[in-house]
Design a protein around this ligand. Sequence first.
Ligand code: 4NP
Length: 159
Amino acid sequence: MGQKVSVLFVCLGNICRSPTAHAVFRQLVKAEGLQDKIEIDSAGTGAWHVGNPPDKRATQVAEGKGIQMRDLRARQVDFGDFYQYDYILAMDHSNYSNLYEMALPEHREKLHMFLTFSDEFQETEVPDPYYGGPEGFDYVFDMVGSASRGLLEEIKQKL
Ligand code: 4NP
């Protein structure tokens, strides 16, 4: 009780899925006035896009729903993240296994497939929209919203 909880969303490039999750979850947290209790960040397992803003297609979908994400910048997951964050949320199985390999055994319980927090989507992965059409970004947005609501409900029990 009275604790702070920290959350890290992880995908491959940190320009599509995880920044969308970061921005959506940040908005939910703010709406509940919990921004001083919950720390949020996102990162990619890959380094190709480090320093870049989110993909324009992701930004456009989010802004269409009133959510800002232009301030976010891509970074790569680093070893310190496993110490710093309480929840490390993988978008797909590949992200999960990369994180699992990086993590010390005692940190692996922090790893989760993000969609396990959704009670609306039966899928286990948030699919990579990067090489697909615009509908992929809408789908990511909806999945991420659902899992974010579930995650926030769980975290609220711990605050
Ligand atoms: P994200 O999407 O992992 O959701 O950010 C991707 C972005 C870039 C690449 C792959 C996935 N890429 O290969 O550059």
